[in-house]
Design a protein around this ligand. Structure first.
Ligand SMILES: [Zn+2]
Length: 341
């Protein structure tokens, strides 16, 4: 910087390109500052060893300035737990929460998203949308059942862990029950059981096939025996539905376990699952501790159960609607006169 008669002139000077004269170096210390990085060049009479062109450039020292680590904004990207690829949320949603790289099926797809992907547009008529759980046992704990219900209602926008109704797949009207794992782990309480039972009874009366898409951690412990009774109630309704010679397709998604797997989820005329879904009654650790035996690899996955005959097919999420339509068309042969709208 040079001063001429009060006028300040800034000369362009690049320290890395032009070496200062020896006399300047003896008396002056050059400091270059840029955001977060400070480079100090100490004066010295003897130039350091090495290339004289680069000897002047010293490794920058990090200052106490703010970290410039690149941060990824939350809610835009999701890391695939299987292949670790960072997936753009918008694309992931459009792909029905299936990893675009490795095909991993994320479990956090909501009931409404599923319904949207499995019925013809605007054809779904929801049933019993206002049915809500009550704290019949006065369950207490770290947080009461009542408080938990309120929290999950706000968080998910749902009234309980299942949505039921009638919707069309291609031309076929179908009674549909879709569970949502984000509401108290998709647990089955009185309302889940009652909504499914009413839906199945409507299907029997109107000659509709039933499709239930399950995802659940089991019976809802906050309702004790009342939740366990739903296992018998839903299966009894399905038995009447079967007596009317109507098909029931059970779709198992990740995870389907315990009381739900031990009741309506495992009594389908056709049982299909999503790839990689965890399906079982008790968890693997409990079984291992009880039986004191090593569990085979892939135990309780959809692929293992298909190999051992417990399920009939594995269908990727994106193909689910067309495959359900294909199965229903076959199973409803001779009945379509009544069920088609
Ligand atoms: Zn992946």
């Amino acid at each position: 910087m040079l001063v001429f008669g009060g006028v300040v002139t800034i000369q362009h000077w690049t320290p890395s390109r032009r070496r200062p004269k020896l006399r300047d170096m003896a008396t002056t210390s050059f400091t270059k500052k840029s955001a977060g990085v400070e480079t100090t060049v100490e004066p010295g009479v003897t130039p350091p060893q090495g290339n004289p062109e680069t000897a002047f450039v010293k490794k920058p020292k990090l200052t106490t300035g703010k970290s410039r680590k690149r941060e990824i904004p939350e809610g835009l990207w999701t890391k695939c737990p299987k292949c670790s690829t960072m997936l753009y949320d918008k694309e992931l949603d459009e792909n029905l929460k299936v990893c675009m790289k490795c095909g991993h099926h994320f479990r956090d797809i909501g009931a409404r998203e599923r319904i949207h992907s499995l019925v013809e547009t605007c054809s779904f008529e929801e049933m019993d949308a206002d049915l809500e759980s009550v704290d019949i046992l006065g369950f207490t704990g770290a947080a009461s059942y009542k408080e938990k219900l309120e929290t999950y209602k706000k968080r998910t926008g749902l009234k309980d862990a299942v949505i039921t109704g009638i919707g069309k797949i291609h031309n076929q009207r179908t009674a549909r029950g879709v569970m949502d794992f984000s509401f108290l782990g998709g647990s089955m309480g009185s309302v889940v059981g009652e909504k499914l039972t009413r839906m199945i009874e409507t299907a029997t009366a109107k000659q509709f096939p039933v499709v239930i898409i399950s995802t659940s951690g089991g019976a809802r412990m906050y309702e004790g025996m009342f939740s366990l009774m739903q296992m018998a109630k839903t299966c009894a309704a399905l038995a009447y539905h079967a007596q009317a010679k109507l098909p029931y397709i059970s779709v198992l998604t990740d995870p389907t376990t315990a009381g739900v797997m031990a009741s309506y989820a495992s009594v389908g005329d056709l049982i299909i699952a999503e790839p990689g879904a965890m399906i079982g009654f008790a968890g693997p650790r409990v079984i291992k501790d009880t039986t004191q035996a090593e569990l085979p690899p892939g135990f309780q996955t959809a692929e293992f159960l298909l190999d051992h005959g417990l399920i009939d097919a594995i269908v990727p999420r994106k193909e689910m609607k067309d495959r359900l339509a294909y199965y229903l068309e076959f199973m409803m042969t001779g009945k379509s006169r009544l069920a088609v709208a």
